[in-house]
Write a protein that binds this ligand. Structure first.
Ligand SMILES: [Zn+2]
Length: 352
């Protein structure tokens, strides 16, 4: 019996730690709330090679998350309200805020209906070139090239390297390698140049990807009219801002805002930094976002909200709902108190 309990607790803790679910736990038991980050929301696909799968969750997982938050009586609020609570130091109730990056059409088709079931608001961050139909989603282009190819020749560091892409495992390894290589290139056009060449060689229509996946301005107009939706900015081209000269970074932030406001006829006061990690957004970008008039800006740095975040409204952390870990059984464990009980159990066993 004891062995059984040990196994249960070990499995539970492993689930917490190795799924990243402890990030879900912390906003509930520590801090005053959390801003959740999503990209795609759509039904699961069967393909074995899905290197961007961490960027999508199934509607059922989102529903489970929302049901869970509601059952815990946690407020689900807009970015405006996040800002208000931080600024006015109103922390009597815990909160969650849902944000979706890039403006994918599945946000309208799959996320919004689920959010409606719970009367839950969300903020969708738009890259204006994506809405224009001219954006370049290179990480998806790379996926499509590798999915088609059985090998890829690519000049990395001056030498042509042949990467095997014949099996799902080889495809994943090639994707990881090329993704890291591309993100490490000095400029945005270096990425676009290399991806453009790969797409041309392997017969992938890169320009179609954006139009196929992202909402156009015409689609965004009625979407933005929904009272549950807030539209935020996500730059013009979805570039790594920290790699741009300051004038370009400032322009990406200010002009994307102006374009979205002009197209959708509503104020845009919230920003999400593309990529949003330490190599894409730092103190310079936080200051530029503030100077551009944004009331808040979110990163992809992991973390929950604390009262201290009021002093850093253009550098807010988020909690990723990662598509690789959509185990709904974990959600109730996290916030029912079972997690703390489990932790106590672990200590008891540890001391024995
Ligand atoms: Zn993005």
């Amino acid at each position: 019996m004891k062995q059984f309990r040990n196994n249960v607790i070990r499995a539970g803790l492993e689930a917490l730690y190795f799924t990243g679910a402890h990030y879900l736990l912390r906003p509930i038991f520590a801090g005053v709330g959390a801003i959740f980050m999503l990209h795609h929301v759509r039904p699961r696909r069967d393909a074995q090679f899905q290197p961007n799968r961490h960027l999508e969750v199934a509607p059922e997982f989102l529903r489970a998350m929302l049901a869970h938050l509601r059952s815990r009586d946690i407020d689900i609020i807009t970015m405006d309200e996040v800002r208000r609570r931080l600024v006015e130091r109103e922390f009597s109730r815990r909160f969650a805020c849902f944000t979706l990056d890039d403006g994918y059409r599945d946000n309208r088709n799959f996320a919004l209906p689920v959010m409606r079931e719970f009367d839950a608001p969300s903020t969708v961050y738009i890259a204006s070139d994506f809405a224009q139909g001219t954006g370049r989603l290179w990480w998806i282009a790379l996926e499509m090239v590798i999915a088609k190819a059985s090998f890829i020749d690519v000049a990395i560091g001056g030498a042509v390297t042949r990467l095997d892409t014949g099996t799902p495992a080889a495809k994943q390894a090639a994707f990881d390698r090329l993704h890291d290589w591309l993100r490490g290139l000095p400029g945005e056009h270096d990425i676009q140049h290399e991806i453009g060449a790969l797409c041309a060689r392997h017969g992938v229509d890169e320009t179609a990807i954006c139009r196929e996946l992202c909402m156009s301005w015409d689609e965004l107009k009625p979407f933005a009219d929904d009272p549950l939706i807030t539209i935020g900015a996500h730059t013009i081209t979805h570039c790594n801002l920290a790699r741009q000269p300051e004038e370009i970074a400032a322009r990406e932030m200010a002009l994307s805002r102006a374009r979205i406001e002009d197209a959708l006829q509503r104020p845009v006061v919230h920003l999400a930094y593309p990529y949003g990690d330490r190599i894409a957004a730092g103190p310079r970008e936080f200051a530029l976002a503030h100077a551009a008039g944004y009331k808040t800006a979110v990163t992809t740095r992991p973390g929950m909200m604390f009262p201290e975040n009021a002093g850093h409204l253009t550098a807010l952390p988020r909690v990723s709902l990662n598509g690789n870990y959509q185990d709904t059984r974990i959600l109730p464990v996290l916030t029912s108190g079972a997690a703390t009980a489990m932790w106590n159990g672990f200590r008891r066993i540890d001391a024995a």
